[in-house]
Design a protein around this ligand. Structure first.
Ligand code: TXA
Ligand code: MG
Length: 316
């Protein structure tokens, strides 16, 4: 990958117009969403999408989410359904991605879907993301703006640490509020939870009025990006630790003595918002990371999912 100077942009209207122009020219722009920073490129431009894979070093079988400004914009690309409508009306804009069948003549590059006949779509809630999508007026393919397999970015500095010199610009608008990637629900068939995320699955089930099956590692019906080792810091990660070993730094949860606490009051929403920043910070210490137990409920399901992947053996 050739080195290029990465421009730092702000959330001011002039900078958002610049970012939209870069997207139109087929360049890549990292931008904030309420979940994590995304690495955006025009989803209709195969060269731009190829550049996303190359900047991230991402396996090309792993498809991307198309970000759009509104439900009406999503309907241009996917076959809509009652379930899609119910979930979109309730949770868009927000941290929810829907996987739906592609429409004929959708115009999306096949590199976005990695050859599948479905598309993952999301309307993000972050004001700057929405301003960019509205100004660009087209679908933006955007994975998390980190090198493939590494910790997701929740600040522009995290993006800089991983991708500086590999992308045209980063739009900096502070830390992301939710801090975990979107929840992905497959609706091409019976509703299925493809990835737990920033919208708790109980809220989705309550909205649909039915339980949704969870995707399990190895299922044929999968989010292809759900590789076991992911979100990996350089340091090793050990989970459910009450007493850390001598050389370990402890990432705490709740009322515990630790090096860094995800939420001293045991608030899962606060813990989710702090998770990736905390992993970035503790990784910089160069010491092995131990993590306190985190309850398997609500957002704790998504937090534990990310932590298990961070702790998984590498290189698979
Ligand atoms: O919050 C988020 O979702 C962030 C922000 C930037 O929007 N994006 C994000 O993208 O997390 P990424 O690329 O890191 O994760 C996308 C996930 C992958 O696991 C991928 O396999 C799955 O979505 N996915 C994409 N298209 C799919 C499809 N057609 N069917 C099933 N899974 C799909
Ligand atoms: Mg990612």
């Amino acid at each position: 990958m050739n080195r290029k100077d990465t421009t730092y942009l702000t959330a001011k209207p002039g900078d958002i117009a610049t970012a939209a122009d870069l997207l139109r020219a087929g360049d890549l722009v990292a931008f904030p969403t309420e979940t994590v920073y995304g690495l955006g490129g025009d989803a209709r431009n195969g060269d731009a999408v190829a550049a996303i894979y190359s900047a991230k070093g991402r396996p090309s079988f792993n498809p991307l989410i198309a970000h759009v400004a509104s439900i009406a914009a999503a309907k241009r690309y996917v076959v809509w359904s009652d379930e899609a409508d119910r979930l979109a009306q309730a949770f868009w804009p927000g941290p929810l991605t829907l996987v739906l069948p592609l429409k004929p003549d959708h115009g999306i590059s096949p590199l976005v879907t990695a050859g599948l006949d479905t598309l993952a779509v999301r309307v993000p809630a972050h004001e700057t993301a929405r301003a960019l999508l509205t100004e660009f007026d087209g679908p933006v393919a955007a994975p998390s703006a980190n090198p493939s397999g590494r910790i997701s970015p929740t600040t522009a500095d995290h993006v800089r640490g991983g991708l500086d010199g590999r992308i045209a610009a980063v739009l900096d608008d502070g830390p992301c509020g939710v801090g975990l990637e979107s929840t992905i629900v497959g609706l091409a068939d019976t509703p299925v939870l493809l990835r737990p995320g920033g919208l708790s699955a109980d809220l989705i089930e309550a909205c649909l009025g039915q339980p949704i099956g969870a995707y399990k590692q190895g299922d044929a019906l999968s989010a292809p990006g759900q590789l076991l080792s992911h979100y990996a810091p350089d340091s090793s990660v050990r989970l459910n630790v009450v007493t850390p070993a001598g050389d370990e730094v402890l990432l705490g949860f709740g009322n515990v003595a630790c090096d860094l606490n995800l939420s001293a009051t045991g608030d899962l929403t606060e813990a989710a918002a702090n998770l990736f920043s905390a992993l970035h910070r503790l990784d910089a210490s160069g010491r092995p990371i131990a993590v306190s137990p985190i309850p398997e409920k609500g957002l704790g399901l998504a937090i534990n999912d990310r932590l298990r992947r961070a702790a998984a053996p590498r290189g698979i």
